[in-house]
Design a protein around this ligand. Structure first.
Ligand code: FAD
Length: 116
């Protein structure tokens, strides 16, 4: 972990980016407007072009070609993104995340109220 105030390394950038993406998906509308859908598609498809980790960007681009983003609604998008994150987890030898818990992790917090 680099000292505070240093530019982010690939891990910090990844954590920050996943936090942003999963949280944005968690609050995406269940019935998005055409404009909301189009903008979400642009947000996701801009990552392979702009994400400042070259090999991350390239692999993510290939993955989203194979499994196109599902921007039809909140639940579908959260699930799609969870699966994409799990693809990266697998590549890096990290544990698979249980996608049934995606709302608990990124929106509601655990039932025991420990995050309230
Ligand atoms: P992270 O993987 O950053 O996860 C943060 C938190 O999200 C976890 O603590 C967990 O609570 C939760 N979480 C974990 N899995 C899921 C899931 N499937 N769904 C929902 N929540 C979940 N790093 C590389 O070294 N090589 C790469 O090619 C690479 N590609 C990346 C591509 C993208 C698009 C992004 C955003 C990041 C990429 N990264 C890559 C970074 C990598 O995914 C991690 O962010 C980084 O290694 C830090 O990992 P971490 O263990 O702290 O947890």
């Amino acid at each position: 972990e680099p000292p505070a105030g240093c530019p982010p390394d690939v891990e910090q950038l990844g954590r920050a980016t996943w936090t942003f993406l999963h949280t944005t998906a968690a609050y995406y509308p269940e019935k998005p407007s055409p404009s909301q859908r189009a903008n979400m598609l642009m947000l996701i498809s801009s990552l392979p072009v702009l994400y400042p980790c070259g090999w991350c960007a390239k692999d993510f681009g290939e993955n989203i070609q194979k499994t196109k983003p599902d921007v039809s609604g909140r639940v579908a998008l959260s699930r799609w993104l969870c699966n994409q994150h799990n693809e990266v987890n697998e590549k890096l030898g990290k544990e698979q995340f249980n996608c049934a818990k995606v709302d608990e992790r990124w929106k509601d917090g655990p039932p025991d109220g420990s995050c309230d």
